[in-house]
Design a protein around this ligand. Structure first.
Ligand code: UDP
Length: 260
């Protein structure tokens, strides 16, 4: 029996994380799995050590963002795979910030991957798994009441602050922040509501390219079947100076697909 997994009530299981009831009211435990997915979940795999690395990388980046005044749901890391977070009401709007062309933007507009954008672009997506998170505009968001105009402004300004900070941080370690995806939640303090950064920030939801070689150091390595997935995540952690101890040294050997 796995004691750690069974001792708490499981509230939600996603592609790469599980949320458990936290030890105190208003808290949750976020558990990072090694599972990787591509092609809208049609291709699945295990990247051994990914959960440990994402837990550590996301902790590091959330703490740094907290230090520059970006409120986040992160409280503290509990162990190799778990972190304690504040329970928030997730806003069903996902923000993608882009600095260079990649992924769906390249496909949609027929632009070459890697082209620098004239300025950072923020896009909104409706968080709805069954619909594969369709792109929406602020008109849809306010018309359907997913978020208020104030909340949209707040999420936009936080996303741009996160982008400025993370772009500089990654540049300093020879990595280009191509794009990333953010989720936000509502947190109540008595009658005051404020918007905080939620979910995770890791190579699972950022595109990170080596500045010199343009080599991909993120989830695209799995999605595009480029190999060396765990090594790339490890390299991001290493450059950030937070390589976890006790990681199996042969992580890459265990990257395999379990279904197609
Ligand atoms: N992204 C993500 N989860 C998703 C889809 C996208 O974390 O389900 C991230 C992705 O890693 C990238 C950014 O959002 O950093 C923009 O992704 P894009 O719209 O280009 O879609 P994709 O090509 O990843 O399907």
């Amino acid at each position: 029996m796995n004691f750690r997994v069974n001792r708490r009530r499981r509230l939600y299981e996603g592609k790469a994380k599980v949320l458990f009831e936290g030890p105190e009211p208003g808290t949750l435990v976020q558990y990072f799995k090694d599972d990787a997915t591509a092609d809208k979940g049609a291709r699945k795999g295990i990247v051994t050590g990914k959960g440990v690395l994402n837990n550590r990388i996301s902790e590091y980046l959330m703490v740094k963002l907290g230090e520059i005044g970006v409120p986040t749901h992160f409280m503290r890391r509990l162990n190799m795979r778990e972190q304690l977070i504040r329970k928030v009401e997730i806003i069903p709007v996902v923000l993608v910030v882009r600095n260079s062309v990649a992924g769906s933007l390249a496909t949609r507009l027929g632009m070459e991957e890697g082209t620098a954008l004239p300025r950072s672009i923020v896009e909104f997506y409706y968080k709805k798994k069954e619909l594969d998170d369709p792109m929406v505009s602020d008109e849809h968001i306010t018309a359907f009441g997913w978020a208020s105009p104030y909340e949209i402004d707040e999420m936009m300004s936080l996303a741009l602050r996160v982008n400025d900070y993370l772009s500089g941080l990654f540049l300093g370690i020879g990595i280009k922040l191509i794009d990333f995806r953010l989720e936000f939640g509502r947190l109540w303090d008595n009658d005051e509501m404020y918007i905080v950064l939620a979910d995770e920030i890791s190579p699972d939801n950022c595109r990170l390219w080596d500045i010199k070689t343009n080599e991909k150091m993120d989830r695209d390595r799995f999605r595009l079947d480029l190999g060396k997935v765990a090594e790339a995540y490890q390299e991001v952690a290493r450059r950030l100076g937070i390589m976890p101890e006790n990681l199996p040294s042969d992580v890459s050997e265990k990257t395999y697909e379990i279904a197609r």
